[in-house]
Design a protein around this ligand. Structure first.
Ligand code: FES
Length: 125
């Protein structure tokens, strides 16, 4: 049912944890299943230099959080904003249809962390 990549990222999630003094934090949840994902980003000169996550959720949510952190690390804010759940699912060699919504959490959490970063930037001006 799950690809080797999903199993790998689920068993060995990359970038788990929190970033102290993160430049942006995004927390999202899925009301139906109750799963929660929190993303922390560090930004330097418009580039995401570090990203960590904490996910209280299903295996697919953990695998997609892990993959999405790898996909946005080293990317500019604009590139990271363009990340879609579809791209994350494809990078994992696909997800079962009933698990696609889990990958939405990863996209939303990254976007929420970036929005938080932008808001903080504006407040700092
Ligand atoms: Fe809730 Fe996967 S079942 S995120």
């Amino acid at each position: 049912m799950y690809s080797d990549k999903v199993m790998d990222h689920f068993s060995n999630p990359r970038n788990v944890g929190e970033i102290e003094n993160a430049d942006g934090i995004g927390m999202v949840g899925n009301a139906k299943c109750g799963d929660i994902m929190k993303m922390f980003i560090k930004v330097e000169k418009n580039v995401i230099t570090d990203v960590k996550f904490k996910t209280f959720g299903c295996g697919a949510a953990i695998a997609t959080s892990s993959m999405s952190t790898e996909m946005v690390k080293g990317k500019t804010i604009e590139e990271a904003m363009a990340l879609t759940n579809k791209a994350v699912a494809e990078a994992l060699d696909g997800l079962p249809t009933q698990k696609i919504h889990c990958s939405m959490l990863a996209e939303e959490a990254i976007h929420a962390a970036i929005e938080d970063y932008k808001k903080k930037q504006q407040q700092g001006d």
